[in-house]
Each structure stands twice: as C-alpha cells, then as structure tokens.
Write a new protein. Structure first.
Length: 230
C-alpha cells in the first residue's frame, strides 16, 4: 500500500547559499568527529552507488547527531575509470576499492578525486550497501534520494515490500548532479530538511507534504515525494 503525492520534476539543485562555496569532499579532520545520534527518526541517504551523494549526506547528518544510514540503488557500484566506468559489486569494501584503484593508477584516481572519496567513505562505514537488499522496513522513516531515477527505483521497491509495523516511510528526492561539489550542496539541503522533519511529532501524511512545499518555496527548488505505509 502506498500513497504518492508528488511535486514537479526537479532540475539540478541550486546552491542555497551562493556566497558560500561548498567544500567538495569535506575536511578529513571532521570525518570521525560526530556526536552520538539522538534523532527522533531514522534517515536513509540514497544515490546510485553509495559513493558520492549519499555518503556526503550520511556524513553531514552524522556530524549533526541524526540517526542515518546510506545506500545505493543501482545494480552495481560504478566509478569513473580510465577507460570507461570502473565497476565493483555491492559488498566490496571501500578499503578494497581504494587499494584496487591506487594499484591501477594512483595519479589518475587522485586527480579525478575517487581516492579522496573512498578515503572519506571508509571512515564513515565499511562498504556500499544496496537499498533493495537492505533490511529497512520498520527502521527507516525518511529516505532521501539524490537522483530522479534512484527515486523511482526506491519508490518501486517500497511498493513491493511487505509491511511490518505499517508506519509511514517518506521517500523524497533532491535531484543532484553526481559530482562532489553538487553533492556537498545537496547534503546541506538534506540536513536542513531532515532537521525540520525531526521536529515533527509524527510524520503525518498531510503535514509532511506541507513542510516539503514550504521548503521548496524557501530554497527555490523542486522536490519529489512519495509515502508508503510499511
């Protein structure tokens, strides 16, 4: 069972604070510095490969004390390589991917920032997880996607899942270009949106869309939203 009130398709997310240039991959000194999560709800950050956009969101939410996990919803982990996409199966650790790329061509993968991304990610969690294979029903309350296609995949997956406690699970999309700078901008938007949601007594099927609509107008962005009772 699911309800799908959706706002118009979104375009590339603008910088909510143009005077502030986001730090592409964040300061390494901050990677492990975060408080014990104490949020009311559990937030999932989701992109295609659980590499760039979802991990940027994962890190910033952790740093602000929100309970969060991150996932990819693609078929495999796909990175930009020397001769086309460099792929790994989900379950490969970030550390193993880092070592594989470093052994292939350290200079190339340093220059395209993949080693920096992997170094950040291995300080957040062990490895990329696939949303469709994860035990999320009854645990995740809000799923933030960073790509229109990923939103559709997550929405479809939720529609096919069996309910447990039959509580609302909200799926929201912030369409984001897949590069570190855009990921940093959208991570800040995701943080602010989740902080507002966390102040709600309940993630009500009528009040959440109103909050999202207000957020869209304030930030001059367009989000997609669906809700599932699982």
């Amino acid at each position: 069972m699911s309800k799908r009130p959706r706002s118009p398709s979104s375009s590339e997310t603008p910088n909510p604070n143009p005077s502030k240039k986001p730090n592409n991959i964040a300061d390494p000194k901050t990677w492990k510095k975060h408080p014990t999560p104490n949020s009311k709800y559990h937030y999932a950050m989701i992109c295609s490969s659980n590499m760039n956009r979802s991990c940027a969101g994962h890190l910033i939410l952790l740093q602000h004390g929100l309970t969060t996990t991150s996932y990819g919803a693609g078929a495999q982990v796909k990175l930009p390589g020397k001769h086309g996409p460099r792929t790994f199966p989900f379950g490969t650790t970030y550390d193993d991917m880092y070592k594989a790329l470093a052994s292939e061509d350290t200079a190339f993968y340093t220059n395209n920032e993949m080693l920096a991304l992997l170094d950040r990610n291995r300080n957040i969690k062990t490895g990329p997880e696939r949303w469709q294979n994860a035990d999320v029903v009854g645990k995740v309350n809000v799923a933030i996607c960073f790509d229109d296609r990923i939103f559709e995949l997550v929405d479809e997956d939720c529609s096919n899942r069996d309910g447990v406690d039959y509580e609302n699970l909200h799926v929201i999309n912030i369409d984001t270009k897949d590069d570190p700078e855009a990921a940093a901008i959208s991570a800040e938007l995701a943080l602010e949106l989740c902080q507002r949601l966390d102040k709600m007594d309940e993630l009500d099927e009528s009040e959440v869309p109103d909050l999202i609509s207000s957020f869209e107008k304030e930030k001059n962005i367009s989000l997609k939203h669906s809700m599932h009772c699982l």
